[in-house]
Design a protein around this ligand. Structure first.
Ligand code: HEC
Ligand code: HEC
Length: 401
């Protein structure tokens, strides 16, 4: 009886929902992967020999462990990119968290830059310059390592496509907002799309950002070291390598940040699995209960000089916009993203990136959905109203994309 009521409710919901534009953009069908299609960690199909060589050289640098002699630190989080980005293959995610802090006073967020905020560097080349979360901080947030598969495709989506998608009316009072950032590479105002707060627009910018903030290695884009808790005297004492530390190789004309960007740009997207009957039902539910209002199933790259990135579908399941997630927000203001705003997490490959949500609080996809709040609360509530078999169908779908 209970189930019949639920089914009826769902039918009513389905009828009222179908009158609203959900998927926004036409969704190319998910076809079974052709045999020999790339697996996690493989390069994009269709790269030229030169591009494959750049992928290989970039991968080598991504794996390379830095030392204090080569500029590591004085304060840092880890010694190589792969130390955090490794599961289920090089370039993936991990359960490794990092810490951000700040202070809220009279409703205003202060990233405590003069005390080394908002990102904490958890290690140091000498215990004397070890950073701590300063006692002034009253907001402390954890951020989990995200996977990098398919990021070249995400980078190649034109700003205009994201802005257009943002302008389309959504159900449930959802209003996605583009994260406009000043791109350090071009100096232009761009749509940020990388990171939990969509804080960077390009892979080169994120490479420079990660190199200095995770490893303490300065580059032409980020020439300034982080001072331990803001203490410039301590920095002067322990920073013995001239900046910028990452310089162009005279033979290739590329610095390590360029190599990291090449590797990530040419990394294939997560392999999608053929949809079982159950997963096909889940796909319909995904749109029907309102998940696709933020998790846009597919976008398209624009014109690109790399053929493998030129006018390609990107089945990312994200609108790359910031949403007010209510209590799920991480409390940190970063760029134009406010305390409650988070970027819609892309869901491709989600089966391989547990745990979930920005701070890794959810062990399973099911728990991640249940923790949705703010603009996503109506969709979350509809998920809770599903029959358990329907919830399983939805999870089967998410485990295939
Ligand atoms: C200490 C662990 C750690 C190390 C080392 C590290 N990362 Fe990350 N990476 C993270 C975390 C955590 C995030 C999410 C950060 C955020 O959004 O605040 C992230 C996010 C990213 C993203 C954004 C991906 C997306 O989902 O949009 C890119 C790109 C990236 N890292 C590249 C790199 C590169 C390149 C290196 C090496 C220079 C590197 N990372 C080193 C932990 C790490
Ligand atoms: C209002 C926009 C919005 C709606 C609607 C929405 N989500 Fe999300 N989703 C997000 C955001 C933003 C995040 C990242 C939140 C965070 O970690 O702080 C996220 C994260 C997730 C994650 C975790 C991904 C990861 O890598 O950690 C899953 C799984 C997910 N959503 C599934 C769903 C499903 C299923 C639905 C429908 C019931 C749904 N979402 C509805 C915005 C939305």
């Amino acid at each position: 009886m209970k189930n019949i009521v639920k089914l009826a409710l769902l039918t009513v919901l389905g009828a009222s929902l179908s009158s609203v534009a959900f998927g926004q953009l036409p969704v190319p069908p998910v076809l079974p992967p052709p045999s020999g299609s790339p697996q996690f960690g493989d390069p994009l199909p269709g790269l030229t020999p030169d591009q494959l060589a750049a992928f290989g050289a970039g991968s080598d640098e991504f794996l390379d462990e830095e030392t204090p002699e080569r500029g590591l630190g004085p304060i840092f989080n880890n010694v190589s990119c792969v130390a955090c980005h490794f599961a289920p293959a090089v370039g993936g995610s991990s359960a490794i968290l990092e810490t951000r802090f700040g202070r809220v006073e009279y409703g205003q967020f202060d990233p405590l830059i003069e005390l080394g905020g908002s990102l904490l560097q958890q290690s140091a080349i000498d215990p004397a310059c070890q950073e701590i979360v300063p006692p002034e901080a009253n907001v402390i947030a954890q951020r989990q390592t995200t996977p990098l598969f398919g990021l070249g495709l995400i980078e190649a989506i034109p700003d205009s496509a994201i802005l257009l998608n943002a302008a389309i009316p959504r159900p449930d009072g959802i209003t996605g907002r583009p994260s406009m950032v000043q791109d350090v590479v071009s100096g232009q105002s761009r749509v940020g799309r990388f990171g939990w707060k969509a804080q960077q627009a390009t892979l080169l910018a994120f490479s420079g950002d990660a190199y200095v903030n995770e490893m303490g290695i300065t580059s032409r884009l980020f020439p300034q070291e982080n001072a331990p808790n803001g203490n410039t005297d301590l920095l002067a004492l322990f920073d013995n390598v001239a900046d910028p530390e990452d310089v162009e190789d005279p033979e290739t004309g590329k610095a390590n940040i360029d190599n990291f960007a090449d590797f990530m740009r040419f990394l294939a997207p997560p392999p999608q699995l053929p949809l079982t009957l159950s997963a096909q039902s889940g796909q319909i539910l995904f749109t029907g209960i309102g998940c696709a209002a933020c998790h846009t199933p597919a976008m398209q790259t624009g014109a690109n000089s790399v053929a493998a990135l030129d006018h390609k579908p990107v089945r990312l399941y994200s609108d790359l916009l910031l949403h007010d997630m209510g209590g799920l927000g991480d409390g940190i203001v970063q760029g134009t993203a406010d305390q409650r705003e988070m970027r819609t997490a892309p869901l491709w490959g989600v089966r391989a990136s547990a745990p979930y949500l920005h701070d890794g609080r959810a062990a399973t996809v099911d728990a991640a959905i249940r923790a949705h709040d703010g603009e996503a609360k109506p969709a979350r509530d509809r998920f809770l109203l599903l029959l358990s078999i329907q919830r399983q169908q939805l999870l089967d779908f998410l485990n295939s994309i």
